[in-house]
Design a protein around this ligand. Structure first.
Ligand SMILES: [Zn+2]
Length: 333
């Protein structure tokens, strides 16, 4: 079989069977967190229905013109609806435009495929507009929606789709795949499998983004230093924190992965750590904290994140957080 995502074999088999048995749904909803493989699975489905030279029913060759065009997301019968910029809403006009192109017969493929990415970003009128298409789907059209979770869509949308829920892979499985398929060293595979929490797309993205990795190291170093600082020093630090909302959000999210790791180490859990490359530092610091202190810090960070999302005063949000970060012994030689 050419279907070959890492993990998610059950979903590939299910879709291949739908094709073999003439049982294709007119709409699928693929959910999971970013980097899990939602878009890759959607494109595999598009190839399997439109391959010009399928080696077996329900399969695709990955070599014909249609397959190659789909790999590049450039096939005349593939429509993609997505945010026009990071985090922007998907608007009703984008859905209307899609509806217009879906009303035409396929240009050259067997099916028109519409991929609606991260549809939780569609505002209510865009979602309502799509409902009509879901209820009366044109012939020879397959709609594939992706979203972080079905619960973040209108229930009427989710209930009209066959839902495929993708989960992150077990860390060891991703580690193995990174070594075998992408020639990572054992050490890199171990790091990126943990950092990505078992999400292949995220692991590959991170490994190609040196700046992101450096930023992460910098943020974690800052947090570790904060454990040692007195309040005055912390407020000075708070003044220097980046006020760009997206960066501040990422910084706090990175800190939260570290606090979660501290909790896992402190409580003796065998769940995989995110920041596996800092294990000895985590052990050192967690020894001077109680589990409940760690949990309190996590919820303080959560509160700061919520304040940021609500566009509260960012300086105030980080100042308040400074009061909540515990003092811990981070001296390690
Ligand atoms: Zn093909």
């Amino acid at each position: 079989m050419s279907w070959n995502l890492i993990g998610h074999e059950w979903a590939e088999q299910l879709l291949a069977q739908h094709i073999c048995h003439g049982d294709l749904r007119h709409a699928y909803l693929i959910t999971g967190s970013p980097g899990t493989g939602r878009r890759s699975l959607a494109i595999e489905l598009a190839k399997a229905v439109n391959c010009l030279n399928p080696p077996a029913p329900g399969d695709f060759c990955d070599e014909c013109r249609a397959c190659k065009q789909l790999s590049k997301l450039q096939q005349p019968d593939l429509s993609i609806v997505e945010s026009e910029s990071e985090g922007a809403m998907i608007k009703v006009d984008q859905v209307r435009q899609l509806q217009h192109s879906l009303s035409l017969a396929p240009y050259e493929a067997k099916y028109r495929v519409a991929l609606l990415r991260n549809f939780q970003l569609a505002n209510a009128s865009a979602q309502n507009a799509l409902l009509k298409t879901l209820e009366e789907a044109p012939q020879k059209v397959i709609l594939i929606l992706t979203a972080d979770s079905a619960e973040n869509l209108l229930p009427t949308i989710a209930s009209r789709c066959e839902i495929l829920r993708l989960r992150p892979l077990p860390i060891e499985a991703l580690e193995r795949a990174l070594v075998e398929r992408w020639s990572f060293t054992e050490q890199d595979a171990n790091l990126y499998a943990h950092l990505s929490g078992g999400r292949p797309g995220l692991a590959l993205g991170l490994s190609a983004d040196k700046a992101a990795l450096e930023r992460r190291a910098h943020w974690l170093d800052d947090l570790v230093h904060l454990f040692d600082m007195n309040l005055r020093q912390r407020f000075v630090y708070s003044e220097t924190i980046n006020r760009v909302k997206d960066l501040l959000r990422m910084e706090l999210q990175t800190w939260m992965t570290y606090m979660r790791d501290l909790y896992l180490v402190r409580s003796g859990s065998d769940s995989p750590l995110t920041n596996i490359d800092r294990r000895s530092e985590l052990e050192q610091i967690s020894a001077s904290l109680t589990q409940s202190t760690i949990l309190d810090t996590i919820s303080a960070m959560q509160n700061a994140l919520e304040a940021i999302e609500l566009n509260a005063n960012l300086r105030l949000a980080t100042d308040v957080l400074m009061l909540e970060i515990p003092v811990a012994n981070s001296r390690h030689d």
